[in-house]
Design a protein around this ligand. Sequence first.
Ligand code: ADP
Ligand code: MG
Length: 668
Amino acid sequence: MSEIKVLSKEVSELIAAGEVIDRPCSVIKELVENSIDAGASVITVEIKNGGRTYIRVTDNGKGMAFEDMPVAFVRHATSKISRKQDLDSIMTLGFRGEALASICAVARVDVLTKRLEDDLGTHYAIEAAEQTAYEESGCPDGTTFIVRDIFFNVPARLKFLKKDVTEANAAADLVSKLSLSHPEISFKFIRDNRTELLTAGDGKLFSAVYAVFGREFAESMLEVDHTYQGMHITGFTVKPLCAKPNRRFQNFFVNHRYIRSRAMSSALEEAYRNQIMVGKFPACVLFADISAGAVDVNVHPTKTEVRFSNEKLMHEAVFFAVKNALLKFDAPNRMKLDSTRNFSERQLYSVAPADNGEQLRFSQPPTQKPLTPVRQPSEFKSSDKTAVPEPVSVGFKKLDTEQIERARNGEDVFLSDLEKVVVPEQDTKPVSFEDKTEPEPPAVQQSTLPEDSGYKFISAQSFEKKPEPVTIEYAPKESPRPIVVGELFKTFVVAQCGDEMILMDKHAAHERYIFEQIKEDANNLQPQILLDPITVLLSYAEYDVICENLEKIAKLGFEVEPDTAPTVAVKGVPIILGDNDPTEVLCELAKNLMDNKLNPQSEVFDDLYHSVACKAAIKANDSNSLAELQTLLDDVYENDDIRYCPHGRPVLIKLSKREIEKQFRRIV
Ligand code: ADP
Ligand code: MG
């Protein structure tokens, strides 16, 4: 007797439905995507009991014709594609013609639909793939789907549903993503009779971000708009200081379709590397507009994962777009003063006793020591050179290999080896509190990263044989030079720059400065030859990528020779690695190379650089001359790479003259 039988239609429908519909959320996704494809400008999603008992999706799209209704629920029935070639240029969200067939196989479905040109609409009902109503009916233009009792006929699946609140949260999250992907559509989400989300549908992404994540999030964003080799990347990315504790706030869209993408996420994170606190992750709402042929959306039934024809290009496009946004818009943080804590004018000026019966009094200094003579304001003239304490400027010398080695061993090398470079006096600029006459660099809108520009993109230059043409836009600063005024608590440098006061954390600034220098040198590290080569066992994928990139790896100070696959012999290691086992670093390098990281130097290296920089940098409570601090500020201020210490703490903060005047009630 034959054992192999063709499954009945009912069973095969249920199996197929399981691929597309596994929870209420997937029903919502399919229905909303259909509404978007139907050209709707207003979409309402309503759920009850986490969508388990009731889901309604209403749109004002083009509607369906009476005679099309039964066909729409047949598997592989679609109006969106017809020929094989159409698969290569899909611009609609749906195309498989499977959603309605899958939904009606596992739930009770009611549809009300009407096209603008028809007088009467249609009511169609279908339950476990059996039609239960098909009639003409009065209804508004557009389509309403009501899906009740999902999985009523598949109890096994019903058991796997999570708690109602979890299912409802997943639905809310989904509607948020959909509304971000289509700011031109007004979305409403109603959970158990309560409206939770309403987006403006005004076409502005910022409005949608504001509606979905709230004001604080929206205001922590920087705009991204960059085209890289035909890929247009737009949207928002977070200011490094407002980074999030997890990756949940990374939203990627390709051709207006929400997707999860390791390639895009790793590019985003690479752009923030060393600018963000440990344990924090960048947040973003980023859109990639690419040609339909460059992406395959047909790799996953729910289409949340896609394949790019060129992953490396995608990585670069996102990386440069985000890096540019950070360079252009991430200005040093402004200090916020709390105006609510100030005395009101009435409190300050009234002589009447305050409520508690006490009168405001100015406190007296406890002892009557004579005050140090105060300089008259007239002494602060633009020609006043006494504002600069010494007629020298002090250069911070680069660390040499031996110093790096000593710093790694915890020795305090930097201060003792600090080299004072005496510059002839005529070279020092006259410095004063009124000095605003610094010549401005010529205006350049875009540059190909000139050597002496404020921003050097070390990694791209050193790893690509030929640096990519114009990948980083650079807008020179127009602000005057900052002048050090003094130091607070032997920790914070106080400086004035035009109409702004700057506070700089001297340790953080110096640490970052050294870190950048070591990194720059480290792109051409000499290997330290090992007496006995170390054999490292890799995975086959790691082995392949290491063997393909031996030259790049040699630049990082590794002398590696392929051995019997998948092992390699490590004959030399970069000096900075010291006695650390090269296995971990090599594996991480391999992983980064596989992820198309522009700078595959592994995070292990960064950690080593951090610790050298941290040990070598000047510390809080160190005594430094104003000239030293001025040099450090000069080096740091114009360098866009130095905004955060390697651990992501800010290096500079600013406070405007206007804000200070407001605090003193000079202006209101
Ligand atoms: P697909 O979206 O892959 O084409 P579906 O099963 O989701 O397949 O839908 C089948 C067809 O039903 C669609 O191609 C479309 O013509 C029609 N349709 C579904 N929902 C709507 C809607 N909200 N408005 C207009 N037409 C719709
Ligand atoms: Mg569809």
